[in-house]
Design a binder for this molecule. Structure first.
Ligand SMILES: NC(=O)c1ccc[n+]([C@@H]2O[C@H](COP(=O)([O-])OP(=O)(O)OC[C@H]3O[C@@H](n4cnc5c(N)ncnc54)[C@H](O)[C@@H]3O)[C@@H](O)[C@H]2O)c1
Length: 324
């Protein structure tokens, strides 16, 4: 089938596109290649995908509906959408809040509008986030928990996407699954995320800032597990539900302290980190931990890669990419 992957030059979009192509699907990648982080990394991902049969790429900003209409012209045969384009990052949403509403709310609406008009579309899978659980204290986070205490504008925009999706399911019968991703990491990853920025600082002998002594806990999910989950979900549109929409957690279903991540990076890079301690910023939650029972029951999703295995794989890619 033909699948539209938005955010196709991004970290998760790159890996999802690669897996779709490997199983014989064709992929139309759309991305605005913005400079939130190193554009060369985004371009390199696209260049690698371009070498494969069945891949096409269009540069477009999802918040601009005419540009999206142009990008999709001639692709009325799209059967699936994996919508990953977004302004990501929790703390950055205090620095550039408008970018979040532009890409995550306006952009999401443009995707919903395009999706409902695609005659052969069977399923729209889109990215939400563990951040929607906000200040919730009960672990693990379950999809049935209330999610109305966002601690960042980023989380609020992603929750808005879930609600907009519900309305489009109700109004137009648009089949959708929102995936609440939990801290995804791996090769070709995102330089703005802690695991990557820590690796850069450690390799350069520069200090890293650890919040609350590295005791914040995250459910770190390896990219290959995420890709398996995304494809499994894409293949199973909601059939029975009215409206045909659902939201699923996708995480490793284990919570580890950030200082464990640092120790693994130190081991991989063969250097000790210079640590500066700081209090937890207001936008950061203390812990994330996913229940993955629902996605497991639906797709057989069973994450296999712990940090101790995944971080060395990231470090190995990191060394090659940065020539460390
Ligand atoms: N990586 C994680 O840990 C994580 C966790 C929770 C949720 N998510 C969500 O998963 C999705 C993918 O994340 P990622 O880690 O691959 O991030 P990423 O930043 O690497 O990828 C997002 C891509 O979207 C593109 N983009 C942003 N705004 C756009 C716009 N208006 N029009 C077109 N393209 C645009 C960017 O250029 C980028 O290439 C995002 O929606 C993110 O919010 C990621």
């Amino acid at each position: 089938m033909k699948v539209l992957v938005t955010g196709g030059a991004g970290f998760i979009g790159y890996h999802v596109s690669e897996a779709l192509l490997a199983r014989g699907d064709s992929v139309l990648g759309v991305d605005n290649l913005n400079d939130y982080y190193d554009v060369r990394l985004k371009q390199a991902r696209v260049e690698r995908l371009r070498e494969k049969a069945g891949y096409a790429f269009r540069r477009a900003d999802l918040a601009e509906r005419e540009a999206v209409a142009e990008a999709l012209a001639g692709h009325e045969d799209i059967e699936g959408i994996v919508h990953l384009a977004a302004q990501a990052g929790v703390r950055h949403s205090m620095i550039d809040p408008y970018a979040y509403v532009q890409s995550n709310v306006v952009g999401h609406l443009v995707v919903l509008e395009a999706a409902r008009k695609l005659p052969r579309l069977g399923h729209l899978v889109y990215a939400s986030t563990s951040s929607v659980y906000g200040a919730n204290r009960e672990m693990p986070f379950r999809e049935t928990d209330r999610v109305d205490t966002p601690m960042s504008l980023y989380a609020a925009t992603k929750r808005a996407d879930e609600l907009m999706g519900y309305a489009y399911g109700h109004l137009y019968g648009l089949k959708q699954t929102g995936l609440r991703f939990f801290t995804v990491y791996g090769p070709w990853g995102r330089p703005d995320m802690a695991y990557y920025s820590f690796a850069k600082a450690i390799a350069a002998g520069e200090p890293i800032t650890l919040y609350d002594g590295g005791r914040l806990r995250r459910d770190f999910t390896y990219i290959d597990d995420i890709v398996a989950g995304v494809l499994g979900v894409l293949d199973r549109p909601p059939a029975e539900a009215v409206p045909p929409v659902r939201v699923l957690n996708i995480g490793n279903s284990g919570s580890e302290e950030v200082r464990t991540l640092v120790a693994l990076l130190e081991a991989g890079l063969g250097r000790r980190a210079v640590v500066r301690d700081a209090p937890r910023p207001a936008a950061d939650v203390e812990e994330t931990y996913a229940s993955v029972e629902a996605i497991g029951a639906l797709t057989g999703f069973a994450p296999r890669t712990g940090l101790a295995e995944g971080i060395p794989r990231f470090v190995s890619w990191f060394r090659g990419w940065h020539g460390v």
